[in-house]
Ligand binder design. Structure first.
Ligand code: ZN
Length: 463
């Protein structure tokens, strides 16, 4: 039997504490000195050129020196590079920060025309930035993975945005602490682990650009987790339902966020007239208090993710802050509407024993809830026997619904630790191998034990 340490999910290195304001990791420092990606930043090229130039110049110099030649070259090129390339980059960063703060102050002082952009409770309308649609057509936000990948590699399209936002009133950028101090984000850190960990990363992200990317990751994890809950529940009540047949087909080419949204919609419709459904599942397509529905908000976030994948990522922090102003209320509304997931907690079974008098199983579990990678131990009782080391969802605190094969716990060979994976693809021509993708690290692995589960989706005998 494993002990607690086995459940640590790699890819997490921050302590379980309030998010630090500005981590000083060297790579973060470098990333902020130079624009990402570095090859688009002339100053990064200049730094490289300066290093090469100084090495060449000093290496071929004839001047006598008391130091060994290699030390001379090393120290000399270091000084040159620092002085003529890194130092200018630091000055540029300083200037940019000052300008950004000034612009923020100016905007804060200006009268709020379109209003509501800074709202952190998600209660008000978003700005014109996102122009979000809450259309719930089944194909919205479901580009194929291949298309997304291809688009990511293609040259970036012209600078985003000028055509889809009113040029006369640029949206108000988000304030620096809106993400870190959001009460909804804080509450969302009690959701199932895959969502909670991304929310924690979002709150700890030091720059607007990193916040923007983390926000898209939260939306991703939320779509998959809610979709997996919907699929698992549907399979437990109506294994032959059409929604699962569609999901089965989606696995052939790789499930997208759109596939998960379709399952979520199918489960919501089925849950309406099912008394012991996952609480809250029937409301995912209902709009609430002008904030749109969970599905509508997730679809708007997928649209933004597609823009990002198609090369329209924000290039600067001020630009990222502007986009965040429209996106954060969306995400907060979605997370708030997804809090029902907390009522059906996820557990990983450790072991169980049967109590014959009560005819129940005592099941020792880890709670896969919250943002901490080391899951808390607990105990539940179940009338049905449960397999050890498997992920279940505890519906209404009494019925265990198997999350396999949608979400599973596996040992990641890259991280050499236990991680939560979601089933991503069922490659054609391979009868049993399922491609799993880690929530935390994105690592992929093939699992031969889940193929039958996925192939049987939408069939009567699959439970
Ligand atoms: Zn891994």
């Amino acid at each position: 039997m494993r002990d607690d340490a086995d459940v640590t999910v790699d890819g997490e290195h921050e302590a379980h504490a309030p998010p630090p304001p500005r981590p000083r990791r060297p790579n973060a420092l470098l990333a902020r000195l130079y624009d990402a990606p570095p090859y688009r930043d002339p100053l990064a090229w200049w730094t490289l050129a300066m290093t090469c130039l100084s090495i060449t110049a000093l290496g071929t110099s004839e001047q006598p020196s008391p130091l060994p030649r290699w030390l001379d070259v090393l120290l000399g090129s270091l000084v040159w590079t620092l002085l003529f390339a890194v130092f200018p980059a630091m000055v540029r960063l300083k200037v940019r920060r000052v300008r950004w703060r000034r612009a923020q102050r100016r905007r804060a002082a200006a009268p709020r025309v379109d209003g509501a952009a800074r709202s952190t409770d998600g209660g008000s309308a978003t700005t014109a930035t996102t122009a979000p649609t809450t259309a719930q057509g089944p194909t919205t936000g479901a580009p194929t993975r291949q298309a997304t990948r291809a688009a990511t590699r293609s040259p970036s399209p012209p600078r985003q945005g000028s055509h889809d936002r009113p040029s006369e009133s640029p949206p108000t950028p988000i304030s620096e602490d809106a993400v870190a101090s959001s009460p909804i984000l804080a509450a969302a850190r009690e959701l199932p682990f895959p969502v909670a960990r991304t929310v924690r990363a979002l709150q700890a992200a030091p720059t607007a650009k990193e916040q923007y990317e983390s926000l898209l990751e939260v939306a991703d994890a939320l779509s998959i987790s809610a979709g997996a809950v919907a699929a698992a529940w549907l399979r437990s009540v109506d294994p032959a339902i059409e929604g699962l047949t569609s999901l089965r087909r989606a696995y052939d080419r790789g499930v997208t966020q759109g596939s998960w949204h379709d399952v979520l919609r199918a489960a919501a419709q089925r849950a309406v007239d099912t008394p012991d459904a996952v609480p809250g599942l029937s409301k995912v397509h209902r709009s609430a208090r002008g904030r749109g529905s969970l599905l509508g908000n997730l679809q708007a976030l997928v649209e933004e993710r597609n823009r990002w994948a198609h090369g329209s990522a924000p290039r600067t922090n001020p630009e990222a802050a502007e986009r965040l102003a429209g996106l954060l209320p969306r995400l907060e509304a979605a997370l708030d509407q997804a809090m029902f997931l907390k009522e059906s907690p996820w557990v990983v079974t450790r072991s169980s024993s049967y109590r014959s008098r009560e005819r129940v199983f005592d099941v020792f579990v880890w709670w896969a809830m919250g943002d901490h990678p080391e899951f808390e131990k607990g105990r539940i009782t179940s009338a049905a026997p449960l397999e050890d080391g498997r992920l279940y969802m505890l519906v209404c605190r009494e019925r265990c619904v198997d999350l396999t094969p949608f979400v599973v716990q596996r040992h990641c060979e890259v991280c050499r630790s236990i991680e939560l994976f979601h089933a991503d693809r069922l490659p054609r021509g391979n009868a049993t191998g399922v491609v799993l993708k880690s929530f935390g690290s994105g690592h992929a692995m093939t699992d031969d034990s889940l193929g039958d589960d996925l192939l049987g989706l939408g069939e009567q005998e699959s439970v």
